[in-house]
Structures are given as C-alpha cells and as structure tokens.
Design a binder for this molecule. Sequence first.
Ligand SMILES: Nc1ncnc2c1ncn2[C@@H]1O[C@H](COP(=O)(O)OP(=O)(O)OP(=O)(O)O)[C@@H](O)[C@H]1O
Length: 311
Amino acid sequence: MPASAPAVPALRAEHLSKRFSRTVAVDDLSLAVPPGEVFGFLGPNGAGKSTTIRLVLGLLRPSGGHVEVFGVPAHDVGRAHRQLAHVPADVALWPALTGRECLDLLAAVGPGTDLAYRAELVERFALDPDRRARTYSTGNRQKVALVAAFATRAPLLVLDEPTSGLDPLMEREFRRCVTEAAARGQTVFLSSHQLAEVEAVCSRVGILRQGRLVEVAGLHELRRLRRSEISVTLARPAAAGAGLTGVDGVADLRWTSPLELTMTLAGPPAPVLRALAGLDVVALDVREPSLEELFLDFYGDDRSTGAEVRA
Ligand SMILES: Nc1ncnc2c1ncn2[C@@H]1O[C@H](COP(=O)(O)OP(=O)(O)OP(=O)(O)O)[C@@H](O)[C@H]1O
C-alpha cells in the first residue's frame, strides 16, 4: 500500500511541458490520478504519451512544470522509483540472461516482489523462463516486463502500450492482471491505442493530442466515441433514400454505386436493421473503426509529429 497519505495523488503533473528543439512533445499538461485508479492514457502516434511517461520516470527533464509520484518529484528517482514499477513500450532485456535471471534482476532493483504471485504469472503468461532473452520475441520480452511489474506491490504501475506484442489470449490475461492490481489498491497508468482494452480495464481516460490533454473523461463519456461503419450491397437498386434517411443512429449515408451504400451507426443497431429488412441485401459488413480513426474524426488530422513551436 502507498506509504503516502491517501489524499496525495499517485501521479500529479502540473503544467508539464517537454520540448525537443522545435517540437513540443508535451504541452502544459496538468493531471492528477488518485490512488487506486486505473487511468487510460490515449492518443494517436506522436501525441506525447511515451514522452509523458519518460518524464514521470525521471528519464527526461521537463522543459517546464513538474510531475510527482505520490508527492515525490519525478527527478528524485531513488525515492520515486520505490513507489512504481514500469513496462516500457520497447522492452529491452539483457540478451545473455535467461528470462528467469532477468526477472530476478528486475526484482532485485524494483520496489519488492511477491515471488509466489510471480511464479503464478509466469504460468499464466505461458512464459518459458529458461530461455535466453536474446531468443525471445517482442511479445515474450513484453511478457517478462509485465510479469516483473505485476509481481511487485508497487503502489503505481506505469504501463506504456504494454500489449502491442501480445496475442488475444495473453491480452485477456493482461486485463485480468490489471483488475487484480486494482483490487489490491494499486494505481495503474496505462498508455494505449486500443479503445477496447481501455474500456475493459480503465475507469477514467485522458486523451492526448499534440502534447495537449484535450479531454479527461469517465468511461461512459468515452463510449460516445464508439460507432460502427456499415457497408451494404443490394441485389437490385433501391428506391431513392431506401427508407434509411433519418433512421436513429445513422449518419454519413452514402451511395457508392447504385447497389452499394455505406453509413456510420452510433447506438443500437435495431432501427437500421429494421430499415434494411425492406431491401434486397446480399452482403452486409459491419466494421468497428480503430481508435486512430476515431481520433481523426473527433480531433482532426493535424496530429502528425507533435506541435511545432511557432517562431
Ligand atoms: N528524443 C526526441 N527527440 C526529438 N523528438 C522527440 C524525441 N522523443 C519524442 N520526440 C517527438 O515528440 C513527439 C511525441 O512523441 P512520443 O513518442 O511521446 O509520442 P507517443 O504518443 O508515445 O507516440 P506513439 O504512440 O507513436 O509511441 C513526437 O513528435 C516525437 O517525434
């Protein structure tokens, strides 16, 4: 459990900024994550998620503002790292050590490890700890880092896109681990691209765009971003409008040919299915857009490489 008083946020950033020459990677970011929360940190490529995490870890020095872990300034790494465990986006391990030796080394320098739980996690993640790290795939290296982090009782777990190399079965295990950590009272700060992952485990979410926190929302608010893209192919041309105009939840209705139409759907599918039942439908494709695409729709496409400093 945190040594600090419960009122102290697990993570607090105030007017945090990081500039790399002309690129503003993190721009005046203020955020407080209370102890015990599972906080999702979402943003498109280049939004500044990893930079923020490196500032939290004291791996970078802020250009402005500051960040604290349970009230300890991030630059006081000796004290701050007693409160946290971390999984980086690109896990690097010592190639000549076996997985088990890597786990032991990480446990020796970390904030304390529950060895019985670690053994259980090695099994659950189907990790072969006797192989040398140089033979591990990206996903296996990620598993070592995840097992090492989840086996600690660090009050704060900082996870930077930790499931990018995991298959769906392992991703399910990851979600269980987050839930178990939260049940123990650990705080989880999870950077992710995956809306489904964030929905499954986070209670609150911050959305980062061009280094700026554009939104901090509860999950129910985030759900409004969800929508499906529907493509319909007909056997024969339908009458104008085809009874789809004004159907609940349907937007962006487009005929791409006399026999094909696309639309987006927010909310329950029943009204549109009723409308489609009157048509001679030969193919129906329902696709859920990626988080990236949702970001583009909601926040525009000027996200490429961080904000430029205006001269
Ligand atoms: N060491 C660096 N030197 C110069 N620019 C950097 C450096 N590190 C990051 N950047 C820039 O800062 C911006 C934010 O990068 P960052 O890696 O934090 O984004 P991210 O949200 O983690 O992206 P991704 O999801 O692709 O990992 C980008 O424009 C990136 O090019």
